[in-house]
Design a protein. Structure first.
Length: 78
């Protein structure tokens, strides 16, 4: 995970759907059971339901599946 970036910074990137940070971190949504890229076009989750991960593998180990919209486990470095 981007060491210098705080969870607040990651949340701001998620709100802004910042494509520049795709591959820098992934986020999961507890209520849906999925994980996404920061730029995912899915509906914005509530902050209390979000966790951040350094890799797709970390999110999957935590029990989340890849989003079918942004396909975070395809293409980018994991």
């Amino acid at each position: 995970m981007t060491a210098a970036m705080s969870d607040d910074g990651r949340w701001a990137a998620l709100i802004g759907r910042d494509r520049a940070l795709d591959g820098a971190f992934w986020y999961s949504v507890r209520t849906t059971g999925v994980y996404c890229r920061p730029s995912c076009a899915a509906r914005l989750p509530r902050r209390e339901n979000v966790a951040f991960y350094a890799s797709c593998a970390d999110a999957e180990r935590a029990g989340f599946r890849a989003c079918k919209r942004c396909r975070p486990n395809e293409g980018e470095a994991q």
